[in-house]
Design a protein around this ligand. Structure first.
Ligand code: GDD
Ligand code: MG
Length: 355
């Protein structure tokens, strides 16, 4: 079986993190998120993967190459200009040989792809869509279906008061190859706004596959942070050893650790610093004397100088938080950004990459 992972989006809502790192390469527990998705595909018996990319594609191609490290065959199709979620599929039609999975590249879920495939084969429809129930459907595609699971309407991002259901498109589809014939070539096409509504209107059999799995779209900073907390707690199973606190944890003085934490390689942490709980340090991070890093995600090579503090923040690679600086909750610090000593960074601040 084949899978297409859509990885061409610009990740606007994750800026400044995505100014230098495309969204699929944003780390989850220090490993690019897309790698976790690809491992999940491999475990489900899928080893032929096509990646339609376009935004900062070299970061993706150089990391995964031909896929052999993961036991996969990976092909890349780079879009000159974004073709949209269906246009990207039309653009790779020549590679598709049968029914195939499509995954939004920013979804973290415990969905069992084999079970979804079995359900698709039992229903015999043209397409199956994984659905999940959410509190507020307005940021997602609402999917209405009858008691047999047959989809009767697809409404992308309705106003909250207009949402016809709390069941939303969870961004994993299993499509028969004929779906591609319904997508026009040579222009941007949205599968959510155009293709699915048209197929439904034409009376095609699309089926809902609703599960109660763990599910999150990592495309917003709060969701990305919350997903890590869920992984630490175990709500989202990620295959990490229980109690394991990362390959570099032994190098951190135990006086500085408030579990759970996950620590990358070659980090340096002062014995009287405080790391954790729910904190990830990337490779090569340094945390100085008296500094406090709680509920935060530090990418590779981040320096937190003495006495600085962070709580519920995300810091991209090589940024430096000056001595005594206080980084407010919800803040996102860009690649290589420099926060001056004793600075107070407000809540939910977005500090751009320093050039
Ligand atoms: N190749 C390519 N080309 N990929 C694209 C393009 C494009 O032009 N546009 C978006 N993508 C990729 C993104 O990288 C992402 O992996 C996926 O398509 C979905 O795009 P998002 O921008 O993340 O969409 P969304 O989160 O607002 O909404 C989508 O996902 C929701 C679930 O997370 C929709 O599919 C909703 O219906 C759905 O509920
Ligand atoms: Mg998304």
């Amino acid at each position: 079986m084949q899978a297409v992972v859509l990885v061409g989006g610009e990740g606007t809502r994750l800026r400044p993190l995505t100014l230098e790192t495309p969204k699929p390469m944003v780390p989850v527990m220090n490993v690019p998120f897309l790698e976790r998705t690809l491992v999940r595909l491999k475990e489900a018996g899928i080893d032929d993967v096509i990646l339609p990319a376009g935004y900062l594609p070299e970061a993706i191609t150089s990391w995964f190459g031909d896929g052999s490290r993961l036991g996969l065959k990976i092909r890349y199709v780079i879009e000159e200009t974004p073709l949209g979620t269906a246009g990207a599929l039309k653009n790779i039609q020549q590679y598709i040989t049968g029914p195939f999975f499509v995954l939004n590249g920013d979804v973290l879920t415990s969905l069992d792809l084999r079970a979804m495939r079995a359900n698709h084969e039992a229903k015999g429809g043209l397409a199956s869509l994984h659905l999940i129930r959410v509190e507020d459907p307005s940021a997602f595609g609402c999917v209405v279906h009858d008691a047999s699971g047959r989809i009767t309407a697809f409404v992308e991002k309705p106003k909250r008061e207009d949402a016809p259901t709390d069941e939303v498109n969870a961004g994993t589809y299993l499509l028969e190859a004929e779906v591609l014939d319904a997508i026009p070539a040579g222009r941007p096409v949205s599968i959510e706004r155009e293709t699915f509504p048209q197929l439904i209107a034409a009376g095609k059999a699309l089926y809902a596959y609703t599960t109660a799995d763990y599910w999150v779209d990592l495309g917003r900073p709060e969701a990305y942070l919350a997903a890590h907390r869920d992984i630490f707690i175990g709500t989202m199973p990620l295959g990490l050893q229980p109690g394991a606190n990362g390959p570099g944890a032994k190098g951190v003085p135990s006086s500085a650790i408030i579990p759970p934490v996950f620590v990358g390689r070659n980090v340096r942490v002062a014995p009287d610093a405080k790391i954790g709980p729910y904190t990830v340090l990337g490779d090569g991070c340094e945390v100085g004397s008296g500094a406090v890093v709680a509920d935060s995600l530090l990418w590779d090579g981040v320096v937190v100088e003495a006495g600085a503090s962070l709580d519920w923040a995300i810091v991209a690679s090589r940024a430096r938080i000056g001595a005594g600086a206080v980084v407010g909750r919800g803040s996102v610090i860009g690649h290589g950004a420099i926060i001056a000593p004793n600075a107070a960074v407000g809540e939910d601040a977005r500090i751009p990459t320093t050039r």
